[in-house]
Design a protein around this ligand. Structure first.
Ligand code: 5GP
Ligand code: MG
Length: 211
């Protein structure tokens, strides 16, 4: 199933009713991109695809911390509604420093043992694919998974080809830096219900100036 395309141009009129975020973030975002309601409905569709593909199996649903956490929780609940069995595992990976991908990734902590398991990596966003192009070989070699697929909430429309293809994709978004619904900028903005494009004020914000 193809991802839902979020167009390059504005789709939501700026409506004050949509501005549901901590008040100290006022002015930190430039465009509302995807509302939580749309994310939840898309997540339910992704869970159906996974259930069709993994029926009778117990895949390991692997959460890539921290950004994927809200998507992960809602995906697991949607799988529960479909009576799909699964195992839960977590991995912590760091690749971004501010707005720029560093091109290097670091697994922080232990790599889970996934020997003989069908693994579904749950990601928040696929950008260049650098992170996953490093992570997947680590999982193949160190954790001995028997199969690995990627389920990402977002994928960016970038000019160069992505290094990794995700089989399950929620939304295709413009090549802009987005925050909210678990996605951060220097650890801020994970605590927002919707996905937004960050503004210059948001980028310039000193976390120490916030409560
Ligand atoms: P990639 O390695 O595919 O270029 O980037 C993947 C990782 O970088 C994601 O898992 C995410 O942590 C981070 N990332 C990439 N694009 C964005 C973005 O627009 N916003 C945020 N908050 N993180 C991003
Ligand atoms: Mg991530």
């Amino acid at each position: 199933m193809d991802p839902i395309i979020i167009p390059d141009e504005e789709t939501y009129p700026s409506d004050t009713a949509d501005r549901v975020y901590p008040p100290e973030y006022e002015g930190h975002f430039s465009r509302l991109l995807i509302k939580r309601e749309e994310i939840l409905s898309r997540t339910a569709s992704l869970a159906e695809l996974l259930h069709n593909d993994y029926r009778g199996k117990r895949p390991v649903i692997l959460c890539v911390l921290k950004g994927s956490t809200p998507f992960y929780i809602n995906l697991l609940e949607a799988l529960q509604d479909l009576t799909q069995g699964y195992y839960m595992e977590y991995i912590r990976v760091k690749s971004y420093d501010g707005l720029e991908t560093t091109g290097r990734i670091k697994v922080e902590g232990a790599v889970p043992n996934l020997e003989g398991k069908d693994v579904i990596i749950v990601e928040d966003i696929l950008d260049t694919g650098t992170t996953l192009s490093h992570l997947i070989p680590i999982l193949e070699e160190q954790s001995k998974a028997s199969s690995i697929e990627v389920c990402t909430l977002l994928t960016k429309r970038i000019s160069e080809p992505q290094k990794v293809k995700a089989k399950y994709v929620g939304f295709s978004i413009p090549s802009k830096f987005v925050i909210g619904y678990g996605l951060d900028y220097n650890e801020l903005y994970r605590d927002i219900r919707d996905v937004w494009i960050i503004s210059q004020k948001g980028i310039d914000c000193d976390p120490k100036s916030l409560p």
